[in-house]
Write a protein that binds this ligand. Structure first.
Ligand SMILES: NC(=O)c1ccc[n+]([C@@H]2O[C@H](COP(=O)([O-])OP(=O)(O)OC[C@H]3O[C@@H](n4cnc5c(N)ncnc54)[C@H](O)[C@@H]3O)[C@@H](O)[C@H]2O)c1
Ligand SMILES: N[C@@H](CCC=O)C(=O)O
Length: 541
C-alpha cells in the first residue's frame, strides 16, 4: 500500500430507496422495526473497544409512545470520561502510524455495511429512537451517513495530493498530520448521519476521539459503533460515552491534551463550550481547533413573481418534514400580500392531507417531536400565539401527548416582524409567516437579514431574475446555504456543502474538504539535494 500512490473508488451519492407501499424494501424495513421495537436492547458505553456497564440504567423510550420502553443504556460518570481520554491517547501512536489506505478502507467498509446489511437496522433504530418516518430515516441514517464516509475518503485523498511546487535542486512536500492529543465530538439528537460523521471524519484523518452522543440518540449511536467495529476500526480510536454534557465538557476541555472540538447542537451550548476553551487556553499543549454547527432561524423570502404552488410546497416540506427538527427547517416566511391568500389556500389544502402518527405506519408524514421538553416548548409557542394580539394560529395548533409527543404542523401569522416565534429557534413543526406589502420588498429583505442572530439556511422564491439577483446580494450574509426556488432543507453531501455563520456556527461545512482541514496540522518538509558549502552570497566573492 505505502509502495504506491493509491486511488480510492470513484464516489457517487448513495441512491435513496423509494419504499413504495408493498415493495420488498418497505416490508423488510418495517419487519426490522417491529422486531427491534419488541426487543429489550441493552446499550453499554464503548471505551477502548470494551463494553462498559454501570449500575445506572437509563430507560429508553420512544417519542411516538413514551410508555413503550425498548431497553436501557448505561450512564457513566466522570471516571468514564477519564477512561475514555486515556483509551484514546493509548490508541494514538498505532493509529497515527497506520498508512492512510487502511483508514480509508475501514470507513469505506463501514459505508458498504450501512448500504447493505445494516441499512434496515440503522434506519429502524432512527425511526424508533428519534421518530423519523421511513423517508426521513433513509435520507439521514443510511444515505447521508454513507455519503459522509465515502466523500470524506475522497476529500482526504484530494487533500493529501495537494503538494507545493519545488524549485530546482530541492523537493518540497507537505504532510497532513493528525492533531497532537485527542479530539472531542459532541453530537445532536436529530441526525444519525451527523452523529456518526463528527467522530468518524476526525478519526479518518488519523485522530483519536472521545465521542459524547445526545442521550436522545443512543439507540442509533449504538448501531454506529457496531458498524465501525465490524468495519475494523481499532479499539480506542473512537470511544463512546453516555455522560452528562456539561460536566463532561468541563472535564474534557480542561485536559492539556485536548486538541479539537467537533460540535453540532444548539447555539447556547456551543457558546458555553467555546468560553470554557477560552478559560483553559493556558493549559493546552496546542491551540485547539473549534468547529461548531449550531442553531438556525431559516427563512423563506417570497417575491410577488413567485409560483404559488412551489412556495406552498417548499413551506410545507421545508417546515414540517421531521417535525421541523432540522437545523435547516423553514421557520419564518415573508410573503407578499398579493400572493398570501393563494399560498395559504394551497398550504391548507396540502396540510389537510398530512397524516400524523408513528413511523411504523409509513403513510404518516409527521411523527412525534423528540421529548417532553420539546413538546412543552412547542405547546408554549402555540398557546402564547393563540393569546397574542400581534399573532394568530391560522393552521394546525393542536397537540396531544397522551401516547407520544405529537404536535400538529402549525402556521402562525404575525403582524410583528420581531414576534417571538419569527425570531427564536423553536425546533418543532411551527412556521411563522409575516405578510408584507408588495412595495416593501426591499425593506423586507433588510428585515430578513437583520431580525435574527442566525445565518444558517434560507430560500428565495421568485420568477423575476432581477428579484432573485437582488435577494442573492441583499442576503449574502444571511445564510450559509442559500436556495433559489427550493426549500431550505435537504443539503446533499458533495453537492451543497452544509453550514452557517453568525450565531449558527463556524461554517466549516460538514462533509467537505474545508472541514477535514480542521483536523490536521500541516508539516512542511524541504529537502535540499546538494547543500551549500559556503555561507557567502555570490556578490561577496
Ligand atoms: N448547524 C447544523 O449543522 C446543525 C445540525 C443539527 C442540529 N443542529 C442544532 O442542534 C440543536 C438540536 O440538537 P440538540 O437538541 O441535540 O442540541 P443540544 O445543544 O441540546 O445538544 C447537543 C449535544 O450537546 C450536549 N450538551 C447539552 N448540554 C451541554 C452542555 N451544557 N455542555 C456540553 N454539552 C452539552 C448534548 O448532550 C448533546 O450531545 C438545534 O439547535 C439545531 O439547530 C445544528
Ligand atoms: N443537512 C440537513 C440539516 C441538518 C440539520 O439538522 C439539511 O440540509 O436539511
Amino acid at each position: 500500500m505505502s509502495k504506491a500512490i493509491s486511488k480510492v473508488p470513484a464516489v457517487i451519492n448513495e441512491p435513496v430507496k423509494s419504499y413504495i407501499p408493498g415493495s420488498e424494501e418497505v416490508k423488510s424495513l418495517i419487519a426490522t422495526y417491529k422486531k427491534m421495537w419488541s426487543e429489550k436492547t441493552e446499550i453499554p458505553m464503548i471505551i477502548g473497544g470494551k463494553e462498559v456497564k454501570t449500575d445506572k440504567k437509563i430507560k429508553l423510550s420512544s417519542p411516538q409512545d413514551h410508555q413503550h420502553d425498548f431497553g436501557f443504556y448505561y450512564e457513566g460518570n466522570m471516571s468514564h470520561v477519564d477512561n475514555a481520554i486515556e483509551a484514546a491517547l493509548a490508541a494514538k501512536t498505532k493509529w497515527n502510524a497506520l498508512e492512510w489506505e487502511h483508514r480509508a478502507s475501514i470507513f469505506l467498509k463501514a459505508a458498504e455495511l450501512l448500504a447493505g446489511p445494516y441499512r434496515d437496522v440503522i434506519n429502524a433504530a432512527t425511526m424508533i429512537g428519534q421518530s423519523k418516518n421511513v423517508h426521513q430515516a433513509e435520507i439521514d441514517a443510511a444515505c447521508e451517513f454513507i455519503d459522509f464516509l465515502r466523500f470524506n475518503v475522497e476529500f482526504m485523498t484530494e487533500m493529501y495530493a495537494e503538494q507545493p511546487v519545488s524549485d530546482k535542486g530541492i523537493w518540497n512536500r507537505v504532510e497532513y498530520r493528525p492533531l497532537e492529543g485527542f479530539c472531542f465530538a459532541v453530537t445532536p439528537f436529530n441526525f444519525t448521519a451527523i452523529s456518526g460523521n463528527l467522530p468518524a471524519c476526525m478519526a479518518m484523518m488519523g485522530n483519536v476521539v472521545v465521542w459524547k452522543p445526545s442521550d436522545k440518540q443512543v439507540y442509533s449511536a449504538k448501531v454506529i459503533m457496531d458498524v465501525f467495529k465490524e468495519a475494523g476500526l481499532p479499539d480506542g480510536v473512537i470511544n463512546m460515552i453516555f455522560t452528562d454534557g456539561k460536566e463532561t465538557a468541563e472535564k474534557v476541555l480542561a485536559h492539556p491534551d485536548f486538541a479539537g472540538l467537533h460540535f453540532t447542537g444548539s447555539t447556547k451550548v456551543f457558546q458555553g463550550m467555546w468560553k470554557m476553551i477560552g478559560d483553559n487556553i493556558h493549559n493546552y499543549k496546542s491551540y485547539p481547533r473549534i468547529v461548531g454547527e449550531t442553531g438556525g432561524k431559516d427563512f423563506v423570502m417570497v417575491h410577488p413573481s413567485a409560483n404559488v404552488e412551489a412556495v406552498a410546497t417548499g413551506l410545507v416540506r421545508g417546515a414540517f418534514e421531521y417535525q421541523g427538527q432540522k437545523c435547516s427547517a423553514a421557520s419564518r416566511a415573508y410573503i407578499p400580500k398579493s400572493l398570501w391568500n393563494d399560498v395559504k389556500a394551497v398550504m391548507e389544502a396540502q396540510m389537510k392531507t398530512i397524516k400524523i402518527g408513528s413511523p411504523e405506519d409509513p403513510s404518516n408524514f409527521v411523527n412525534a417531536v423528540i421529548d417532553k421538553n420539546s413538546f412543552e416548548k412547542c405547546k408554549g409557542y402555540i398557546d402564547r400565539a393563540n393569546a397574542a394580539n400581534d399573532a394568530n394560529v391560522i393552521i394546525g395548533g393542536k397537540y396531544d401527548d397522551s401516547k407520544g409527543w405529537f404536535v400538529h404542523p402549525t402556521v402562525i401569522e404575525t403582524i410583528n416582524p420581531y414576534y417571538e416565534s419569527i425570531v427564536e429557534e423553536i425546533f418543532g413543526p411551527i412556521l411563522t409567516v409575516y405578510v408584507y406589502e408588495d412595495e416593501n420588498w426591499e425593506d423586507t429583505l433588510k428585515l430578513v437579514d437583520t431580525s435574527t442572530q442566525y445565518s444558517l439556511t434560507g430560500s428565495i422564491f421568485a420568477q423575476d431574475r432581477y428579484a432573485i439577483d437582488e435577494a442573492y446580494k441583499a442576503l449574502e450574509n444571511a445564510s450559509g446555504n442559500f436556495y433559489i426556488n427550493d426549500k431550505p432543507t435537504g443539503a446533499v453531501v458533495g453537492q451543497q456543502p452544509f453550514g452557517g455563520s453568525r450565531a449558527s456556527g463556524t461554517n466549516d461545512k460538514a462533509g467537505s474538504k474545508m472541514n477535514l482541514t480542521r483536523w490536521v496540522s500541516v508539516r512542511s518538509i524541504k529537502e535540499t539535494f546538494v547543500s551549500p558549502k559556503d555561507y557567502k552570497y555570490p556578490y561577496l566573492g
